[in-house]
Design a protein around this ligand. Structure first.
Ligand code: ADP
Length: 423
């Protein structure tokens, strides 16, 4: 540039016009730079550098820096593309469906299994709201709730008789990952187990009715030899116990098979607690039962089932509380729902047993429970009734101080009585 300007100055000086010479040289230099700039811009836009004259000096440096960065960018792009291909191949190889949803529950991406399981189409369904495609209310509730521990089971939207387990986990910034798993086999097996238990209980009931009928007749007959009285009484008691076991097994399998409880009945819980307390066949040496009605709210559900919950919890409380103890049946409600609490001051339960109490046939002390008429199905029935009513069972207990069984109902199962207008 200096040489160029010096040449311009020399020519100008030769003709006695030093300044004009300099100015003309500067303008020519500027014009060349603008031309280079325009040609670089064109090359950038067309990605064709064949016509670009690199020259020397600053343009050579700019061009080599640009080439270096561009090559690095291309290399990185190739690496990213390969990585993306691998991620897609691995998500496609997954047997579970995965659907990425944005903050508006619109589909961002999904893998191949999501197509096979739920009929989602990668390109066509991108940008669609998931609840326009998978319309199961349980799934929509799960997606809208922020509970990432929960999962729901829904019928397959594309294959009759198939079932999907759905989970939603947080993913990226404000995104969610919907995971779909085929659980048809598990559901089929548990239905088979349920049907087997229900059928076996049903089939056993008829012969048992005949046996216990004859035993009733025998023990009522006055001419029974003296040494047969005790065995016949024992046989009669055991057949009654077997009948009780079969009835509870049948009840449990029916509860397990049923879905959510209907909301047709409006259950007056205070009335129900009082009725159960009065009607309960309470042994003479049993602890006292008190009802604390802190709310007049009602439950929307099945009355017979809620009554069975109260009866089961109350009979346990009576069984494990001494005469000097106290049993409290409490009903209270708030804007968060309502609680039905059965609290006793009995012997309590060791914390290690609490997680297993609702398992079928689980008893802390098998021999003792059997002696007192327990069969270990009561709390399993309670749990299933509560599940059907979208409620939860919370158990608190301390050995020696008593136990508290808390049935927590969600607000949509609770109807708060509207206050009567003042006249
Ligand atoms: P069961 O017919 O044996 O009472 P449940 O399913 O109702 O069966 O209860 C399971 C076990 O939980 C019982 O065997 C008992 O050990 C324990 N349990 C239940 N309720 C109480 C309670 N209120 N106090 C102490 N132990 C209890």
């Amino acid at each position: 540039m200096l040489l160029f300007l010096a040449a311009g100055a020399l020519i100008g000086w030769f003709y006695g016009q030093l300044l004009w010479g300099l100015l003309a040289a500067a303008l020519l230099a500027l014009a060349w730079q603008v031309r280079q700039l325009l040609s670089f811009d064109r090359a950038l836009r067309t990605d064709n550098f064949d016509d670009f004259r690199i020259g020397e000096g600053i343009w050579e440096q700019i061009y080599s820096k640009f080439r270096f960065e561009r090559d690095r960018g291309l290399r990185q792009k190739a690496v990213n593309r390969q990585l993306l291909r691998e991620i897609r191949n691995s998500t496609d190889a997954m047997p579970d469906g995965a659907v990425v949803l944005d903050a508006n529950n619109e589909i961002v991406a999904c893998n191949r299994a999501a197509k096979g399981l739920a009929g989602l189409k990668r390109k066509k369904d991108r940008g669609q709201r998931i609840d326009n495609i998978l319309r199961d209310p349980k799934l929509i509730g799960l997606i809208n709730s922020n509970d990432h521990q929960q999962s729901v089971e829904i019928p397959s939207p594309i294959t009759d008789g198939d079932w999907l387990n759905c989970r939603v986990v947080p993913y990226g910034a404000e995104q969610k990952l919907l995971l779909l798993r085929d659980v048809t086999e598990r559901i089929r097996l548990s239905k088979m187990r349920r049907d087997f238990v229900a059928n076996a209980s049903h089939e056993l009931r008829s012969p048992l009715t005949v046996i216990s009928g004859y035993l009733d007749a025998l023990s009522d007959a006055g001419d029974l030899p003296a040494d047969w009285v005790k065995p016949v009484t024992q046989m009669r008691n055991q057949s009654l116990r077997m009948k009780h076991i079969l009835t509870e097994m049948l009840e449990l399998s029916q509860l397990e098979g049923a879905g959510s409880a209907s909301r047709n009945e409006n259950i007056d819980v205070v009335q129900l607690l009082n009725d159960v307390r009065i009607d309960f066949d309470r042994p003479a040496d049993a602890a006292e039962i008190k009802v604390n009605a802190e709310s007049s709210a009602t439950i929307l559900g099945r009355k017979a089932e809620i009554e069975s919950v109260v009866v089961n919890l109350l009979s346990n409380a009576l069984r494990y509380t001494p005469q000097s103890g106290e049993i409290n049946l409490t009903w209270r409600s708030s804007s968060d729902g309502a609680e039905l609490i059965v609290k006793d001051t009995g012997e309590g339960i060791d914390p290690e047993h609490i997680p297993r109490l609702t398992e079928r046939f689980f008893r802390v002390d098998r021999g003792r429970s059997r002696g007192e008429g327990g069969i270990g199905l009561g709390l399993a029935i309670v749990k299933h009734v509560l599940v059907r009513h979208d409620a939860e069972l919370e158990i608190k207990s301390e050995p020696g101080s008593g136990s508290e069984f808390r049935c927590v109902f969600p607000p949509d199962r609770v109807k708060v009585a509207t206050p009567t207008a003042l006249s």
